[in-house]
Design a protein around this ligand. Structure first.
Ligand code: PLP
Length: 222
């Protein structure tokens, strides 16, 4: 996976040594669950969060705390109010699926600032490349400068490779270390690794994908 991690690092900025790859970001989330959640622990997600977080929490025997949203948007104060000494992970898809809403970066930073250091904030950045608003950021900077933030993009959406299964995460070194202990050794196969490297170079496809999304966004909104 060295070549793939180097290609991701080159394109997105983070240190290649702090990149994890998985069979889709779903597998990365599953590994986070295996490493950080068990009976007696709590995890927090929002009412209409991407569904896999709650499934993973339940599989691990953790308590899944679903927090109400405001206007189908994550509510930072409500999330912070739900934190207890048992909270281990807070999941935030930004933008979220299925609501299509997002939190401006200032709100994400406020959420992070309000969390105890022992709580892992997982920023699911599956749609980060599609956001054009200038109050948004994917969280690369938060993940690089804090010990408790993971940022996870995927090749499934912008690159249209959902069926191939390739996601990645940028995480602090101690989180990578914990996840390496639960990761299956050959979780991302060689074909997928090569396709990932090629996809990162395919700027024409990226532009086509963004243009397609702009067109369909307008239609769906109407
Ligand atoms: C599609 C999606 C994912 C999962 O993507 P994979 O990389 O295919 O596992 C994660 N989060 C959100 C919000 C998604 O919409």
């Amino acid at each position: 996976t060295g070549e793939l991690k180097a290609a991701i690092a080159k394109k997105h900025g983070p240190d290649a040594g702090r990149i994890l790859v998985g069979a889709g970001s779903d597998e990365i989330f599953l590994m986070i669950g295996r490493a950080y959640l068990g009976p007696g622990d709590e995890m927090i997600c929002t009412r209409h969060a991407f569904a896999i977080y709650a499934v993973i929490g339940q599989q691990q025997g953790a308590s899944v705390v679903e927090v109400e949203e405001k206007n189908f948007t994550a509510d930072v104060d409500a999330i912070l109010k739900a934190v207890t000494p048992r909270t281990k992970v807070v999941w935030l898809a930004n933008p979220n699926n299925p609501t299509g809403t997002y939190l401006p970066y200032d709100d994400v930073k406020r959420l992070h600032a309000g969390l105890p250091e022992g709580v892992l904030l997982v920023l699911d950045a599956a749609y980060c490349e599609f956001v054009r608003r200038n109050d948004y950021a994917s969280g690369v900077e938060l993940a690089s400068s804090n010990s408790n933030v993971v940022m996870a993009p995927t090749f499934s959406k912008l690159y249209g490779l959902a069926g191939l299964r390739l996601g990645w995460a940028y995480a602090p070194a101690h989180v990578i270390d914990a996840i390496e202990r639960v990761r299956m050794p050959f979780n991302v196969n060689l074909v997928v690794q090569s396709v990932g490297v090629a996809a990162l170079e395919d700027e024409a496809f990226v532009q086509e994908s963004l243009a397609h999304n702009d067109k369909e966004l307008a239609r769906l909104t109407a």
